[in-house]
Design a protein around this ligand. Structure first.
Ligand SMILES: [Zn+2]
Length: 55
């Protein structure tokens, strides 16, 4: 299954979540609130053309 990646700007750790699962409300590593958690798209083809990026 493909994973989407987020990074916590508080603890700098990566959070991997399967597609279809909503973004966590808090960082699972440090408990920072969601506004510290940012989507990263890395380690793959950089074509987001098929996705509308709705979350
Ligand atoms: Zn964190």
């Amino acid at each position: 299954m493909e994973m989407k990646k987020f990074i916590c700007s508080n603890c700098q750790k990566t959070i991997e979540i399967p597609y279809g699962v909503p973004k966590p409300e808090t960082c699972p590593h440090c408990g920072a609130p969601a506004h510290y958690i940012h989507r990263v798209d890395r380690g793959g083809r950089r074509c987001g053309c098929r996705f509308m990026g709705r979350e």
